[in-house]
Design a protein around this ligand. Structure first.
Ligand code: BES
Ligand code: MN
Ligand code: ZN
Length: 496
């Protein structure tokens, strides 16, 4: 899909469909945006007459055809909701509503006049980014595994954002296109079934990405892990017949002397719980337990795709967590790459085990900061639901940067504490500490476990257990937190 920025007027635009916004109910009824007003003037009030049929809910649409005095055959009205409540969420809902309607219409090209609506104090570049991401997100399809692909219905190919072209807008357009590509990669890796998206598959995808974008790539095999002493990662993969991998992907967009941002992503391609076996219900969703890994590859694809002036190293520990005769037992004690010993009291707390070795390994790249991304705990879903990603950090300035990037990307996080008091819950009678801390504060004790391996650098941990995928009818990967990671990396490098 192609997006472009061209100044147009709504009544003369020659597009398959012209999309304009209408603010919803106040005492005086609905309120036309300037572009809707222009169409109404040209059509001698025909738009206003149709308004009663447009529902109030933000993102609701109404299609009008053949309006007199209007060049486009079709005009799509989109409800923006009440003007005084209009903000980032409403803008995204309106864009999504419009995109879905355009897809169902089968229009090949459209002019999205919605894009100029003022959203809080955001500059127009923000609107451009979110319009592109909203449309691409709404039109994403995953039919790789269906024997009959959806009939090749004419699909939306060109979207015009009717604004006067300025350099910051062109940059926003390029950024958003690359982020959408990165999100699509993360979503597809997440959605693929666990018999296809194995650790070997992820390593192959990383190599493919490296060829496409000229990245550095290196894959450590089991023998390498044994030589290095990654006892925790090796313990998790014990029960699996799939070989484990530790993938390292490097993107250089800044000077050699600039220390990299390290992104470390949990890549459990299926989490059965191991010997501490999970209950059967919804266990299929544990194919999404590699979403952290997917988001690292997605973010790197995005940054490389837009040639961002940053250095990033992605570190992805990936394996399966399976029961079996070679599986780790509750009570086993392993020695991690850091030299610290861990008593594995629950084999289902495996994410922190593969991450502790990967975090230690990431330190070897002399990173400026390290951010890990993991579907780490069910407790984080209980704490924050499916709206906010859990944020933890050992450096408040880094936490603040990530929080701000999340707001900017509308891919939001909420910080939880990492106080010393929580460490007490991890004590073990037999090893340096245990891998679980009991039910109270489960997301925090998991982060506290990781904190023991990240004392040498500035570090943040994102628990995406509630935000990486959706369940139920809409089951599927969300591509989060790729937008957040990219915004963070760009802002960190000084870009607005
Ligand atoms: N991958 C899961 C976390 C998870 C569970 C994410 C459900 C999303 C939905 C993780 O490996 C896990 O099993 N965590 C355990 C930890 C517990 C044993 C301390 C959990 O959250 O129950
Ligand atoms: Mn688990
Ligand atoms: Zn897991």
């Amino acid at each position: 899909m192609e997006f472009s920025i061209t100044a147009l007027s709504p009544e003369t635009a020659k597009a398959g469909c012209v999309v304009v916004g209408v603010y919803g109910g106040n005492a005086a009824g609905k309120e036309l945006t300037p572009s809707a007003w222009h169409i109404d003037q040209a059509a001698r009030g025909a738009l206003r007459k149709a308004l009663a049929d447009l529902q109030e809910k933000t993102g609701s649409t109404l299609l009008l055809r053949g309006l007199p005095g209007v060049a486009a055959e079709r005009v799509l009205l989109v409800s923006l909701g009440a003007r005084k409540e209009f903000g980032a969420a409403q803008f995204r809902d309106a864009v999504r509503g419009a995109a879905t309607a355009l897809r169902d219409l089968g229009t090949r090209d459209a002019a999205l006049f919605l894009v100029d609506a003022k959203v809080a104090s955001h500059p127009l570049a923000w609107n451009v980014r979110h319009a592109v991401l909203g449309v691409r997100d709404a039109l994403y399809r995953f039919d790789h595994m269906k024997s009959e692909k959806k009939k090749a219905a004419p699909s939306l190919e060109r979207v015009i954002l009717p604004l006067s072209a300025k350099p910051p807008l062109a940059q926003a357009l390029a950024e958003a296109g690359a982020v959408a590509d990165g999100m699509a990669l993360a979503k597809t890796l997440g959605n693929l079934p666990p018999n296809i998206c194995t650790p070997t598959y992820l390593a192959d995808q990383a190599k493919k990405l490296a060829r496409q974008y000229k990245l550095g790539v290196e894959v450590l095999e089991r023998a390498d892990m044994q030589k290095l002493g990654m006892g925790a990662l090796l313990a998790v993969t014990g029960g699996s017949h799939q070989p484990p991998k530790l993938i390292v992907v490097r993107y250089h967009g800044a000077a050699k002397s600039v220390r990299p941002i390290a992104l470390v992503g949990k890549g459990i391609t299926f989490d059965t719980g191991g010997i501490s076996l999970k209950p059967a219900g919804e266990m299929d969703e544990m194919k999404f337990d590699m979403s952290g890994a997917g988001s690292v590859l997605g973010a790197i694809r995005a940054l490389a795709g837009m040639k961002a002036p940053v250095n990033v190293v992605g570190v992805i520990p990936t394996c399966e967590n399976m029961p079996g005769g070679q599986a780790t037992r509750p009570g086993d004690i392993v020695t991690t790459l850091s030299g610290k010993t861990v008593e594995i009291l629950n084999t289902d707390a495996e994410g922190r085990l593969i991450l502790c070795d990967a975090l230690e390994y990431a330190g070897r790249f002399n990173p400026e900061v390290v951010v890990d991304i993991a579907t780490l705990t069910g407790a984080c879903v209980i704490a924050l639901g499916h709206v906010a990603t859990g944020l933890f950090a050992n450096d408040q300035k880094l936490a603040d940067e990530i929080r701000a990037a999340g707001e900017d990307a509308f891919d939001r996080v909420w910080q939880l504490p990492l106080w010393e008091e929580y460490q007490e819950q991890l004590r073990s009678n037999f090893a340096d500490f245990a891998n679980i801390g009991g039910r109270p504060g489960g997301a925090i004790t998991a982060a506290s476990f990781l904190a023991r391996f990240t004392r040498k650098y500035r570090w943040a941990h994102l628990d995406i257990a509630g935000t990486a995928w959706k369940s139920g009818r809409e089951k599927g990967s969300t591509g989060r937190p790729v937008p957040l990671l990219v915004r963070f990396a760009l802002r960190h490098a000084g870009r607005k």
